[in-house]
Design a binder for this molecule. Structure first.
Ligand code: IVH
Length: 259
């Protein structure tokens, strides 16, 4: 990757979300409420898409963050990924890298597992595993038959356009024809961060795709720069994790083996 693909630090509860907001404000030397972009944390697989002069030329997995795996042919089979960017009356950026999450919808997952069963193949444990397995296929005809989709959420290296804020970036890539999640919202201050997080946790089961939390990112890109990075994650963003879902299991049998 021209620019490393980092991960996010986690906040496990409201106190840790508040501590994040306090930390960022301290780092930016301000006491005023900050503007964040609030996003669902999609439970899929991070990928990078590279567009040169408006054409999709390369796509890769995150890998270790520095070097990913080339999965261009498989990504080309996903209908939600445009092979060329929409012109939209503006000049096409010579280089546009975007990061996003490839996922399978809950319905697509059920259908896929019914199919696996019919073909006497082992079922996938969850939509995330199904998406990961589908992207790693050596035969892109198999990938093409999997119900994969994508939402884009971060820039990589971009030449020819400059954005002051993250919402400017998201609006621009939407105009270029890239899919952006419709629950992304601008929120100001910790009270609204918590309200967004709790609301998403409430509506989580009604969504057509799996999410495992929320993500809050400083909206202003020069403020992001000032906040900086830790070794593997930015200081300007945090993942708010949902409480673990509880369910009851029945143990049907136990097999003892020599370890
Ligand atoms: S931003 C530098 N936004 O979460 C920040 N990540 O733990 C880079 N993810 O590897 C990531 N939804 O696979 C971002 N709206 C979102 C996300 C998101 C899901 C995943 C992504 C990333 C992981 C970080």
């Amino acid at each position: 990757h021209r620019m490393p693909m980092l991960s996010l630090a986690n906040a496990m509860n409201e106190d840790e979300l508040a501590a994040f907001d306090t930390r960022v404000k301290k780092g930016l030397d301000t006491e005023k409420d900050l503007e964040y972009m609030a996003e669902p944390k999609l439970d899929g697989l991070a990928v990078e898409l590279v567009y040169e002069n408006g054409f999709f030329v390369n796509g890769s997995t995150r890998g270790d963050g520095i070097t990913g795996e080339d999965i261009t042919q498989n990504l080309k089979t996903i209908l939600a990924i445009p092979l060329s960017l929409r012109k939209n009356g503006q000049k096409t950026p010579p280089l546009l890298e975007v990061r996003g999450e490839v996922f399978i919808t809950k319905d697509g997952f059920k259908k896929l597992n019914r199919n696996q069963e019919k073909e006497e193949l082992p079922p996938f444990a969850n939509p995330r595993n199904a998406a990961a397995g589908s992207l790693r296929q050596l035969d892109s005809n198999i990938t093409a038959n999997r119900p994969l989709s994508i939402y884009c959420y971060e820039p990589g290296v971009i030449e020819g356009v400059e954005y002051k804020t993250h919402d400017e970036f998201l609006i621009h890539i939407t105009k270029l024809g890239l899919p952006v999640n419709n629950l992304i919202k601008k929120v100001v201050g910790i009270k609204n961060i918590i309200e967004y997080h709790n609301n998403l946790e409430l509506i989580r089961d009604q969504l057509g795709y799996e999410i495992d939390g929320t993500v809050f990112k400083v909206n202003n890109y020069s403020k992001r720069e000032k906040a900086g990075f830790r070794s593997r994650s930015p200081r300007w963003a945090i993942a708010g994790k949902f409480k673990a879902q509880q369910t009851t299991s029945t143990i049907i049998s136990i097999t003892i083996q020599v370890g």
